[in-house]
Design a binder for this molecule. Structure first.
Ligand SMILES: CC(=O)SCCNC(=O)CCNC(=O)[C@H](O)C(C)(C)COP(=O)(O)OP(=O)(O)OC[C@H]1O[C@@H](n2cnc3c(N)ncnc32)[C@H](O)[C@@H]1OP(=O)(O)O
Ligand SMILES: CC(C)C(=O)C(=O)O
Length: 563
């Protein structure tokens, strides 16, 4: 059989194939990264105060910068890029403030960025006077596009720019006696767009100036300044550099992914598998254009793989508050790990599976977390289970049962779950909005509990010969009946009083709470003359009273159904 395919352009005015080119793959047939796994946390460097800040509508002032800095320190970051001190007075002053106020804890290095321009490098060193531990981060763009369009320089010119910048940095470090305080970092900016042989050439030329050793390695930051390809290409580039750079043990290979194609996290992870040592990024991925790689997501992914991320994201809601305040940008409700909705299921089958997963975890002695649709325990991020299941018209019995059990201790029999979920479905469809837990309880009470119809239970005496006081349409009456126990006798009494032909098909009860506050809940399934069944529910401190109330509840519902 011949299948004839026809390609139809949705936008006939643009020939995408002529306008855009796929990024060329790296010739690395013996690549090893695809079969590796990440088994330890990288060295982290948070760049919220520099790359994040430079992309904000309103860059941070001192108050917001400090709040972010303190939060990053508290999370356990040991390297924090605090600004571009030669570019703005705010960044210069902030760097000075951190140093002069003694705000930088021992063991934490501040990092500052500079272009390869003499005046900017000198000013950068001015900002660092008296610092205990800093990383001077030199960058220049190296890609073919930037060389041609922005710098209008050939490879040699671009290499000289980097080498001269590095030389001045080494001289100033020495002149100012800052050798023990300062570490060095070089970024061939736009690394992804740079030919690998030139990346190697320029990095090695810079290494010749810095003379790194395994004890004092140079940080070579190989940025995905603009993400232009699938993440495997970046991983190949990193593996190629890691394998081909000279004196590999004297450099730390650092990643700095952006997220133009939405795969910044994937690029970082694959590149770590490819041999990188360090990652630069920001909280929740704020940064130029679509952002920097999101360090919180990377840390969450490590946790989910059983690896200690070495930064603390266990109070993720607080991190969201800090980021939203400092960046004046919201964190999306569906943001991995942090979004308001990421641990919430509305849909019935998901809720059912989560409910069963929680029960299985409770019953299991294993420490392993296994809950369908919840790949990580929200509690490990300081999130509660409260919002895990929320009810709307897409919800099913499992979710409704979960909420009634969590909020009110009711363990509804399965058939009652089915029955009540239809009631909820009707309300949710009618109102078209979410039903919060208190609305669900209101609906349950109205449907099943005291006051749900014509009769209401007041009191009873006797067991096989029973007299009960009830109200009938608000009027108090006494009813009597006989049977082999109080429920049977009460059924006999109510059958005659209501004119409804029914018996009890099933009965279940359990305690809610414990000690003096314990309450009993009874579920009775009534079978009607036409063979159909329905439930009644009663709650009372006295277990017999709870059962009799449940019978009244069921009769009221049956009468309403009969009309
Ligand atoms: C990918 C990144 O995020 S890199 C960091 C980018 N961050 C920022 O730019 C924020 C802060 N920057 C600034 O405030 C300014 O750009 C400053 C203060 C650094 C420099 O300002 P100015 O000199 O006024 O101008 P401008 O930024 O337009 O300078 C561009 C010039 O610098 C050159 N240049 C750009 N980057 C570098 C570099 N890393 N090293 C050396 N020269 C560079 C350009 O080729 C251009 O040269 P030209 O004037 O001969 O054409
Ligand atoms: C300065 C460099 C590291 C940078 O910010 C980038 O390439 O995005």
């Amino acid at each position: 059989m011949n299948i004839v395919t026809q390609s139809v352009s949705v936008s006939p005015s643009v020939d995408y194939a002529r306008k855009y080119r796929p990024w060329p793959p790296v010739d690395l047939p013996d690549r090893t990264w695809p079969s590796r796994t990440i088994t330890k946390a990288p060295v982290w460097c948070a760049v919220d105060l520099r790359d994040g800040n430079q992309s904000l509508i309103e860059p941070m002032g001192q108050e917001r910068k400090l709040r972010m800095f303190d939060a990053l320190v508290k999370m356990g970051f040991k390297e924090i890029e605090v600004g571009f001190p030669s570019a703005s007075q705010t960044d210069f002053d902030f760097t000075r403030f951190l140093i002069e106020s003694g705000r930088i804890p021992d063991g934490v290095a501040i990092q500052v960025l500079t272009q390869a321009r003499d005046d900017l490098i000198r000013r950068t060193f001015e900002s660092l006077r008296g610092v205990k531990s800093a990383i001077v981060h030199l960058y220049n763009s190296t890609s073919e596009l930037q060389r041609r369009i922005v710098f209008r320089m050939d490879r040699a010119g671009i290499r000289d720019l980097a080498v001269n910048g590095a030389r001045l940095i080494v001289e100033l470090t020495r002149e100012l006696g800052m050798e023990s305080a300062i570490r060095h970092q070089y970024s061939p900016e736009s690394f992804m767009g740079t030919e690998l042989d030139f990346s190697k050439e320029i990095c090695e030329a810079v290494m010749d100036i810095y003379q790194p050793t395994p004890q004092r390695p140079l940080i070579l930051n190989l940025p995905l300044t603009v993400e232009m390809s699938t993440p495997n290409v970046y991983a190949d580039q990193i593996e190629w550099m890691s394998r081909n750079l000279k004196n590999r043990d004297s450099v730390l290979i650092s990643l700095h992914p952006h997220n133009d194609r939405g795969t910044g996290v994937a690029a970082a992870e694959l590149a770590l598998m490819a041999g990188a040592d360090r990652v630069e990024g920001t909280l929740f991925g704020n940064g130029e254009r679509t952002g920097n790689v999101d360090l919180v997501t990377l840390a969450g992914n490590l946790i989910m793989s059983g690896v200690d991320p070495q930064i603390d994201i266990s109070d993720i809601n607080e991190l969201v508050r800090v980021a939203e305040h400092c960046n004046q940008l919201p964190v999306h409700p569906r943001h991995p790990y942090a979004g308001e909705l990421v641990f919430t299921a509305f849909s019935g089958s998901h809720q059912d599976a989560i409910n069963k997963g929680f029960k299985a975890i409770e019953a299991s002695a294993s420490p392993v977390w296994e809950v369908p649709y919840l790949p990580i325990d929200p509690k490990d991020l300081g999130r509660s289970y409260e919002a895990v299941i929320r009810i709307n018209s897409q919800s099913g019995k499992g979710g409704i049962a979960y909420i009634l059990e969590r909020e009110h201790g009711l363990e509804l029999p399965r058939l009652l779950q089915v029955e009540f979920s239809k009631v909820v479905q009707g309300i949710a469809d009618g109102e078209g909005v979410e039903l919060p837990a208190d609305r669900l309880w209101q609906a349950f009470s109205a449907e099943y509990l005291d006051g749900n119809g014509r009769f209401a239970f007041l009191s009873h005496q006797g067991e096989q010969e029973l007299t009960a006081r009830i109200t009938d349409e608000g009027r108090e009456i006494a009813v009597t009946g006989r049977g082999n126990g109080p429920i049977d006798a009460f059924v006999d009494a109510l059958r005659r009083t209501s004119g409804l032909d029914f018996d009890v098909a099933n009965y279940r009860e359990h305690a809610m709470g414990s000690g003096a506050n314990a309450t009993a809940v009874s579920y009775v399934e009534l079978r009607l003359a036409d063979g159909t069944t329905l439930f009644g529910v009663g709650i009372d401190k006295n277990i017999v009273t709870a059962s009799l109330k449940a019978v009244v509840s069921g009769v009221n519902r049956a009468l309403k159904r009969r009309g």
